[in-house]
Design a protein around this ligand. Structure first.
Ligand SMILES: Cc1ncc(COP(=O)(O)O)c(C=O)c1O
Length: 386
């Protein structure tokens, strides 16, 4: 007779539960609310891009791609980086195509972090960094950014660097706050890491979404930073195809060697026909150069629709997220207000406290404005009722 035993698998991530994105999106679906919570476009990608994928699907490009990505896409990425930032990455040895930026981030963090190493994380932080650090036995060390500017206190960063610091994670333009790094931020970081064994993972998935003429300060543009940085990018944000989960990592040869050792055992390679399609699509730079204007118009439309409300905000500098303060309206915890707004007003958002380890609540909500204009207008109208 088989006796059923019940064993408990000890959790490697005991503090991780259902994410707020799942909770809010489900609540939005259940209540029929407008979903401005999760960060994905509410509109489709270009038919030209779909036609290219179809072409490659139908002409036999359906087997494993090379582990590092198809050469045409790696070359296109190297060319784009050279044209935009004047920095060369060798397509053969320094550009790797991944299954979304999420995979690139995980592989890069894994390449650096060993048990006991410390990694500096600016919070609020995108939710995949800390689990990746901890699964590798690392210790996240938080530098807290606060509203309204979310600027970096570089003395604070300096004070948190120890002999064990091996990694600093950068995200510009930033999710959830939209802050875009300045030239001074790059200089400050370079001065800190220059003579230390510290590597950098730079999450630049919103590189083409920044506003009011602000340049994207890629870490590749600073020689001291470039030589120690894994830059992680994503086509999902740039071409409105978050469901395709395709991204990449740019890193100097020695870093890419270690990155690829991990990538090949995480996913080995990434969906083939889409890689060929993106290589063709990237040949026309207009496809990404028009993005700042496209999203700036949406940001402004959303903010105009909020002007009659009691929310307080600074126009976001980049990304497709706008944070707003509700301090003038209520002192409810941000999580409770996000739930109430979804149920009573019919607009779902994300409470920014979830992006802090200690759930710091500054009474801020994050809204995603990558939605159709009429959806944004309707959401604004509803929010003005609060
Ligand atoms: C800051 C940031 N990094 C990475 C990702 C993940 O990108 P991908 O969908 O390409 O894995 C996201 C997605 O929301 C993000 O906001």
């Amino acid at each position: 007779m088989n006796v059923a035993t019940s064993r408990t698998l000890p959790s490697k991530l005991p503090w991780v539960g259902t994410t707020i994105f799942t909770v809010m999106s489900k609540l939005a679906t259940d209540t029929g609310a407008i979903n401005l919570s999760q960060g994905f476009p509410g509109f489709d990608c270009s038919p030209e891009l779909v036609a290219l994928v179809e072409k490659y699907l139908k002409t036999g490009f359906n087997q494993y791609a090379p582990m590092t990505g198809v050469p045409a896409l790696r070359e296109a990425l190297a060319q784009k980086t050279e044209q935009l930032y004047g920095v060369s990455y060798h397509p053969e040895t320094e550009v790797t195509v991944t299954s979304g930026a999420t995979e690139a981030l995980f592989a890069a963090i894994t390449a650096v972090i060993r048990p006991g190493d410390e990694a500096i994380v600016f919070e609020p932080a995108y939710d995949s960094y800390v689990p990746a650090i901890e699964l590798n036995g690392g210790i996240p060390v938080f530098v807290t950014l606060t509203p309204p500017t979310y600027g970096i206190d570089w003395d604070d960063v300096r004070g948190k660097i120890t002999d064990k610091t091996r990694l600093i994670i950068v995200n510009t333009p930033h999710n959830p706050t939209g802050r875009v790094w300045t030239a001074d931020d790059l200089e400050q970081l370079a001065a800190l890491v220059q003579h230390r064994d510290i590597w950098i993972v730079s999450d630049e998935v919103y590189e083409h979404i920044r506003f009011d003429g602000r340049p994207h300060r890629s870490l590749v543009t600073h020689p001291v930073l470039q030589e120690r940085t894994f830059v992680c990018g994503s086509f999902g944000k740039t071409f409105h195809v978050t469901g395709w989960k395709i991204g990449y990592c740019l890193a100097p040869k020695e870093l890419s060697v270690e990155f690829r050792k991990i990538h090949q055992y995480l996913t080995f390679s990434t969906v083939t026909p889409i890689q060929y399609a993106l290589a063709d699509y990237l040949k026309n730079p207009e496809h990404y150069k028009t993005l700042p204007d496209f999203y700036e118009r949406k940001r402004d439309l959303f903010l105009d629709s909020l002007r009659g409300s009691r929310f307080q905000f600074q126009p976001t500098e980049g990304s497709f997220f706008q944070t707003v303060s509700y301090q003038a309206i209520t002192d409810e915890p941000d999580y409770d207000l996000a739930i109430r707004l979804t149920k009573e007003i019919g607009v779902a958002s994300i409470p920014v406290s979830v992006f802090y380890r200690q759930k710091n609540d500054y009474n801020i909500l994050r809204f995603c404005f990558a939605k159709d204009d009429d959806v944004l207008r309707e959401a604004g109208e509803r929010l003005c009722r609060l």
